[in-house]
Design a protein around this ligand. Structure first.
Ligand code: SF4
Ligand code: SF4
Length: 466
């Protein structure tokens, strides 16, 4: 039976509206009153009536992210090829997840004010403007919705217009409750086709309850994600106390990223500042990285239809010209639905596709060395955490040398994935107390990576036994 639609393209069919008397958890009670306690990534599910499904949906309760293995089959029709971990003749699905086609470079087109060049915003706009969806769930900065004036204050919105989607531009480096709008979606009969944009932990929870929303079509656009700040204040503190940028531009900061040239890039309205990683004080890490993100094994957003990231893309330009808002990103298409979204964005001229993402250089030794010198790991094993970073000149030399000698392109992304999996495994091991329970919270690919380093890298093996 053909679906009847109104003038905006929304379905006129009856939607199952769910009456619920469940009381959501008050956000003021975070994290103590949330089921995952200090490991809660504030994904927003518990702030809705869907809190009743938290045990099966939360990425940090029960088997947690180990559920990804089964869910991949359900969402993409197959599980990633686990045999590809160290094979040179296969696409590295073990690290990057199910690949419908090889990872490509991409840039947004005609999107001003984006954090990068607007790949995510471009795809979301195309989906809405072409009427393929009735609404888009995205995260806006609270500044853009008149609900505050500070950088890094993420607020979920249910975008229905181009102007709404554009509020989602820019960086949100603090935990974001994307699922807080679930009841709104559930109770709005005009929303039958939805695009959900989110990070891995939010996508995992969304996938678990997706069928209860009684939607006709669901598309999921993910971003790669690691090491978010627990709160907007922590993100702002990182900029002022960690990166220590000039106090006269702090109030104008629009975004920051840890980039593939081993520097933190900070973008403000008037200036673009870079600081080598090595100049940051080790002590800033504890307050700047949420505990959920130390227990996370879904950097690559395994369950989204299409994923946008940047670690596997080369930084375009050099010196002052090498900026995040001028550089390519990576586009990982996981299934037919993801391919359809990219196609729609290409037809709308919102996206430019580049070459296949490639890389070179070995990454394992550097991943292991980074774990061994990591401030969070040092604190866990009782080693001293440096209160000061390297002097600027030495940090610049280090960043330059690492960039020249270290892994590049997609191999840099492999380095970053391995480093985060190893560090987070050590954190989970410390939290759960024994090897067996720690392993149970990991998806298969993370277990395989941990096992490989444990067997082949003495330094990592010694950290596991501490
Ligand atoms: Fe609830 Fe999400 Fe926190 Fe889990 S991560 S406890 S689902 S808000
Ligand atoms: Fe969620 Fe993981 Fe991103 Fe943290 S790093 S916000 S836990 S996806």
């Amino acid at each position: 039976k053909p679906i009847q639609r109104n003038e905006y393209g929304s379905s006129l069919g009856a939607k199952r509206i769910r009456k619920s008397h469940v009381k959501p958890i008050d956000p003021q009670g975070w994290p103590e009153r949330y089921p995952a306690k200090e490991l809660c990534s504030k994904c927003g599910l518990c702030e809705t009536s869907f809190v009743t499904q938290v045990k099966d949906a939360c990425a940090f309760l029960g088997p947690g992210m180990a559920r990804i293995d089964e869910m991949e089959k359900k969402i993409h029709g197959r599980q990633r090829d686990a045999q590809s971990l160290f094979a040179t003749d296969k696409a590295d699905e073990a690290r990057f997840g199910v690949l419908h086609e090889p990872i490509r470079l991409a840039k947004g087109n005609k999107i001003d004010g984006a954090q990068w060049t607007g790949v995510v915003t471009g795809i979301a706009l195309s989906m809405l403007e072409s009427k393929n969806v009735d609404a888009v769930v995205c995260i806006a900065n609270s500044d853009s919705i008149g609900n505050g004036s500070n950088f890094a204050s993420p607020e979920p919105i249910l975008a229905r217009t181009t102007a709404d989607v554009l509020k989602g531009r820019g960086v949100k480096p603090a935990l974001a409750p994307s699922l807080r709008v679930l009841d709104q979606i559930q109770n709005d009969p005009t929303i039958r086709r939805l695009l959900f944009c989110g990070v891995g932990c939010a996508v995992q929870a969304f996938r678990a309850i997706q069928s209860d929303l009684d939607l006709e079509e669901v598309y999921v656009l993910g971003t790669n994600c690691a090491d978010n700040s627990p709160t907007p204040e922590a993100a702002r503190n990182f900029i002022s106390e960690g990166v220590q940028i000039d106090s006269n531009i702090i109030s104008d900061v629009q975004g920051y990223e840890f980039m593939q040239d081993f520097q933190v890039h900070v973008k403000s309205k008037e200036a673009y500042v870079t600081k080598p990683y090595f100049t940051l004080p080790g002590t800033i890490a504890e307050a700047s990285i949420a505990k959920s993100c130390r227990a996370c094994f879904d950097y690559t957003n395994a369950l989204a239809d299409v994923v946008v990231g940047y670690m596997g893309a080369p930084l375009d330009g050099s010196g002052q010209a090498a900026r995040m808002d001028k550089s390519s990103q990576t586009l990982t298409i996981r299934n037919e639905r993801g391919a359809e979204m990219v196609d729609i964005a290409l037809k709308a001229s919102r996206l430019n596709l580049g070459e296949r993402a490639v890389g070179d250089g070995s990454h394992e030794a550097m991943a292991s060395a980074t774990v061994a010198s990591d401030a969070i790991v040092s604190a866990m094993v009782g080693n001293a955490v440096p209160e000061k970073g390297m002097p600027g000149w030495l940090g610049q030399i280090m960043a330059f040398g690492m960039q020249r000698l270290g892994p590049k392109g997609i191999n840099f992304a492999k380095y970053s994935i391995d480093y985060h999996i190893l560090r987070n495994y050590l954190f989970v091991l410390k939290t759960k107390g024994d090897l067996e329970s720690a392993m149970m919270a990991l998806p298969q690919n993370a277990r395989d990576i941990v096992k490989y380093y444990h067997e082949n890298d003495k330094e990592f093996a010694s950290l596991v036994s501490k």
